[in-house]
Write a protein that binds this ligand. Sequence first.
Ligand code: BEZ
Length: 217
Amino acid sequence: MSLMIGDEAPDFTANTTMGEINFHQWLGNDWGIFMSHPADFTPVCTTEIGRVANLEGEFKRRNAKVLVLSVGTKPGMTPLDSHREWIKDVNETQNASVEFPLVEDPDRSIANAYGMIHPNASDTLTVRSVFLIGPDKVVKLVISYPASTGRNFVEILRVLDSLQLTANFQVATPVDWKHGDDCVVVPAIATEEIPGKFPKGHKIIKDYLRTTPQPNL
Ligand code: BEZ
């Protein structure tokens, strides 16, 4: 059974390029982005990790920590040496400075716990998985991309914004929502409660479709 939204994110203790971590302790009260990629020293992965490094300020601003896993490390090197050598290439070619940890997983126990290996795609490499994990250590988003398609990290930040708006202000975000657009009042809030909870105003389009300006602006 693969990991699903609402499940507790499996905890683990493992070595990373920035020292040993216990995942839950390391996350603390922050949000987590735990992502896998197929292999070190591959082109699409190189662009992705550089992009995440260049967006690091955006993740920090949202109190989110990034952890990266790959079991596709360079033969003849330890997993951590492979990650460290490859990061030099990422920094050089993507004009980046990777400041988040890459974890080793020599027995694939972490990849298996998170369902990051899809055996019918490859039984040796992780796919491009992303798990967004809340401060409660519960999985909030699961996505899987194929090896040949680099992910869109602006979309991942958008989902993080949406999740944080829901957690903090009881609003959801409608189709194609972007920062600054109106939000949707969650169904759990009775229409009579809306004026008290959303002083910026609201619109009632249907009794089940109520909108309000983005509350945290
Ligand atoms: C890449 O990162 O470029 C890649 C990795 C595995 C398969 C295909 C592409």
